[in-house]
Design a protein around this ligand. Structure first.
Ligand code: SAH
Length: 256
């Protein structure tokens, strides 16, 4: 497993600043610097429409909506898919994996934030399983104090590092390894979020979760389908809630 790389911060070209004082909304006039082959001159307007759609579909957490409105999703997908970057669709990111629909990303982060937030209004340390292209890690970096994100495919771990370099996020730590074992060195986590679905929530995640924290994970149900599961750790027990059916790539073992 590699060590925390740490990215220098910048989102939307906003000046780097301390994590708690950073504005998540892009400064006026700074979002026109789009990458070539792109989405047109104003991806901020397209993101705003995406966020309005999300709000209409039931996402209510202002911090989540703000973060979704700030992260340039088009920078995480292949040039040929840039025009679909803000549609509510999952997209291929290589090696047979997909970036989740924006709505699902927002929904899961909203569920994660339903747990205890720290004095800054942000969640404390978060563990993400399945870095993929790094998009969700970037969104998480705006709502959590620290983000540890694990990926088992070296090709995607490296792709995420390349994608995230532009944003310079010092509170995102990318780790190469099998996320089913979690990452004990960063524990306890205020939240654990999985972007791949397993048969059951691995015991290591439950162990590494702080009391008051939440796990949000797509999980196989006895009926043979996958559903979003939220687990909350109290001083005495784990409470589990099964929510809507979802379709995530499988949580696999080992590295490749
Ligand atoms: N959050 C990602 C979504 C990636 S798709 C994004 O924003 O792009 C899910 C990812 O989980 C895939 O890249 C897959 O390789 C990874 N994955 C599956 N099983 C894993 C495991 N055991 N440990 C770490 N990553 C895993």
């Amino acid at each position: 497993m590699s060590r925390r790389p740490g990215f220098p911060v910048r989102l939307d070209g906003a000046p780097a600043g301390p994590a708690t004082g950073r504005s998540v909304a892009p400064a006026p006039g700074t979002s026109g610097h789009e990458r070539s082959g792109g989405i047109g001159l104003d991806s901020q307007a397209v993101r705003l429409r995406m966020v309005q759609r999300m709000a209409a579909q039931g996402i209510t957490d202002a911090q989540v909506l703000c973060a979704m409105g700030s992260v340039e999703r088009h920078r995480f997908v292949d040039t040929a898919l840039v025009n679909q970057a803000y549609e509510d669709t999952s997209l291929p990111i290589g090696l047979g994996q997909t970036i989740s629909k924006p709505n699902v990303v927002a929904r899961m982060i909203e569920l994660l934030l339903g747990g205890a937030r720290g004095p800054t209004g942000r969640l404390g340390r978060v563990l993400e399983i399945g870095t993929g292209c790094g998009y969700q890690a970037a969104v998480l970096s705006l709502v959590a104090v620290e983000v540890y994100s694990m990926e088992r495919l070296r090709g995607l771990h490296e792709k995420a590092r390349d994608n995230l370099r532009h944003f310079r996020l010092p509170n995102v730590h990318l780790l190469f390894g099998d996320g089913r074992a979690g990452y004990a060195k960063g524990a306890p986590y205020a939240g654990i979020i999985a972007a791949a679905g397993g048969e059951a929530v691995p015991p290591a995640w439950i162990e590494q979760l702080a009391v008051g924290g939440r796990i949000v994970a797509p999980t196989q149900m006895p009926g043979g389908y996958q559903a979003l599961v939220v687990m909350e750790k109290t001083a005495r027990e784990m409470k589990q809630t099964v929510l809507e059916p979802v379709h995530f790539v499988p949580l696999k073992s080992g590295i490749a």
